[in-house]
Write a protein that binds this ligand. Sequence first.
Ligand code: ATP
Length: 303
Amino acid sequence: MNRHISPLPAHASVSLLAPAKINLALHVTGRRDDGYHLLESLVAFAGFGDQIDVSLSAQDCFTVTGPFAQAVPTDATNLVLRARDALRARFPTKARPVDIRLDKRLPIASGIGGGSSDAAAALIALNRLWALGLDIESLCETGLSLGADLPMCLHGQQKGLPLLARGIGEALQPVPRFPSLPIVLANDGTGLSTPRVFEALSRRDNPPLPSPPDFSTVETVCTYLRQTRNDLYAASLTLAPALAGLLDLFAESGARFAQMSGSGATCFAVFHDNAAAVRAAAFLKARNPQWFVVATETRHASE
Ligand code: ATP
């Protein structure tokens, strides 16, 4: 027996949901000199997402399973491994080998931030497993080097609150009160490259988000959302014309509000209650069995 190996800490493994990130509204308000776009977005996190299991191990391993496993890289370019390697570079002596398993349930390049959410979950899990004791702001420093959406995913996963995101996505303000929204997420299989959508934008100086009200009910949220836009929609539509049909189907299925998330092509719809969301998901799936369709709820805030 090797007496020099220290015992495993209490947290020898950590399992986390890496939730879908939903841009309920997304306004493009400008562009910085370095080319990054300035955005204003109301972001919520779904009760559905990828699953990440991380455990201490004799050597580093990475396995990807799940319905969308074939579409993600399994080499060092995967955002999960980039997150592991970036944190390890900061704490080389504490970063023990880890076995990471990713169950990829979210479609790829689909506007719901699967890669960023996976990387955020990996950072949170490794912070615990390696007993680094980092606070969320310190994790965001590492996260931001991996992508502009990492800070919002880190905050969303740590606190579960919907957020108002500004700047390039790094200036975050939690929304203190927000109901759980019954929603359906749907994607017809189209992947859209975010840089290509931004290139196709015709206007980059749109008005900011209207001031948010006190979001007390699902109806208050929907009334607010009807005054907002996704400024990327028109550009995404030129690359994926079938998007319009998806939104029409949501309208037919009784949605209170429907819109594209992020740069698409995943769209979401808000329903009056969970039963209506489940019925609408069944309606969409019956018409299009090959689509990604999921009925879920957004996480709520009640501070
Ligand atoms: P966003 O909404 O932030 O624009 P997205 O949902 O449109 O993101 P992702 O699913 O995060 O897009 O994928 C973007 C790119 O990242 C893809 O080209 C994919 O190959 C790559 N990638 C690397 N690691 C991952 C991962 N763990 N999950 C998904 N994509 C990954």
